[in-house]
Write a protein that binds this ligand. Structure first.
Ligand SMILES: NC(=O)c1ccc[n+]([C@@H]2O[C@H](COP(=O)([O-])OP(=O)(O)OC[C@H]3O[C@@H](n4cnc5c(N)ncnc54)[C@H](O)[C@@H]3O)[C@@H](O)[C@H]2O)c1
Length: 355
């Protein structure tokens, strides 16, 4: 099988964990790796992925190799394994725009080259590196920078996986232009592999399947990586709250008092993320059911598990001549796809697409 050539917009924590997952698969192509939901998607193994380039603005990353960039101070995700084939892929400068607005500006220094980089150079680099898929893993709320990458990918004819909650796949006009250009567009907002949203919505679906009536629910999330630092700023986290609400609604939590979102930055947690969720429901004869859970995960590998499926789904869509929004795999992969589904239906739709 021809390799899937992936470019990363944002060489941050998710990108680092994803690149390690790819390296692990390349080293053991036929092993069933923990957390890898599908050994093949559209016939592609994870070992068939090559990370060919990344874009960033951090002076500690730009102009370096992928392997060097992931040693930058802003990286909190654990190094489990060294990069293999892709270690020397270049980290190219991208236009800064609003990438480091808010608290990130106090911990990341922009590279001089990022102040001069243009969207045209990004599109040109995607073509030169023959990228099949661009994974957009930029800070939440960096609307201008995220949109710039989507436009550059459209110009270059590169499929997009939007990991952020920015409305990209849900933007009807943008999706129409991707359809016209025959380029797949997958998003929005990655649903972590086994994260807060997945667990919360699975429990909600369980209660509803037993005929219980939900009354109140909340989901609080804290962590210590740059994603949580950025999300501590209310102007950056608004889209994340809206996206998590979309996921709860798709699971059937309508007409419920509910709050779900990132609720704090605790630096010493590093890449560890804690989720506290609570669900109240009414059962037989008006009896009350209360569920309170705490979930502890390492945030970035949790994203990598889903990106591993999303990049292969994007390339499979391109192979099958699908363009614009790709409904089959998206409800399982994203919190805010154009058309959301309950987890069980989303999983069935994904597996049908992947086979
Ligand atoms: N961790 C998860 O499980 C998870 C789940 C769902 C969604 N997400 C989303 O994925 C995105 C990435 O998360 P992360 O943890 O990797 O964040 P991160 O802060 O570790 O990485 C973001 C990277 O983007 C770079 N950047 C900033 N502006 C840029 C620009 N203009 N051009 C290119 N690069 C730029 C930063 O320097 C940094 O390297 C966030 O929007 C997050 O909300 C993450």
């Amino acid at each position: 099988m021809k390799p899937i050539r992936v470019a990363l917009a944002g060489a941050g924590n998710c990108a680092w964990s994803f690149s390690q997952f790819v390296a692990q698969a390349q080293a053991e192509p036929d092993t069933r790796l923990p957390g890898l939901m599908c050994h093949t998607v559209g016939g592609y193994r994870l070992a068939d992925v090559r990370v060919v380039a990344a874009f960033d603005v951090d002076e500690a990353k730009v102009g370096r190799s992928l392997a060097e960039a992931f040693t930058a101070p802003a990286i909190a995700a654990t190094g489990f394994t060294a990069l293999g084939t892709d270690r020397d892929a270049p980290v190219l400068p991208a236009p800064l725009l609003d990438g480091l607005a808010g608290p990130l500006g106090s911990v990341v220094t922009p590279a001089a080259a990022a102040r001069e980089a243009t969207p045209e150079e990004v599109a040109k680099a995607l073509v030169e590196h023959d990228a099949d898929v661009l994974v957009i893993a930029l800070p939440t709320g960096a609307s201008r920078a995220i949109r710039m990458f989507a436009e550059a990918a459209l110009t270059a004819g590169t499929a997009v996986v939007n990991c952020t909650p920015e409305e990209i796949a849900r933007d009807e006009e943008l999706a129409r232009r991707f359809t016209q250009a025959r380029v797949p567009l997958l998003g929005d907002d990655l649903r972590s592999h086994l994260g807060a949203t997945t667990l919360h919505t699975a429990l909600i679906e369980l209660l509803l399947s037993r005929g219980l009536e939900l009354s109140r629910t909340y989901q609080l999330n804290v962590g210590g990586n740059t994603d949580f630092l950025n999300l501590a700023d209310a102007s950056r986290s608004a889209t994340k709250f809206a996206s998590k609400a979309n996921a709860l609604r798709a699971a059937g939590a309508t007409d419920v008092e509910g709050v779900a979102g990132p609720t704090g930055f605790i630096g010493h947690l590093g890449d560890t993320k804690l989720c506290f969720a609570s669900i109240r429901a009414t059962s037989v004869l008006g009896s009350e059911v209360e569920i309170d859970i705490k979930l502890t995960v390492e945030d970035s590998p949790n994203a990598a598990g889903v990106i591993a499926n999303a990049v292969r789904a994007a390339k499979t869509a391109a192979d099958r001549g699908l363009a614009g929004r790709v409904d089959g795999p998206s409800p399982l992969l994203f919190k805010s796809p154009p058309r959301g589904l309950p987890e069980s239906e989303a999983r069935a739709a994904f597996l049908a697409f992947a086979s």
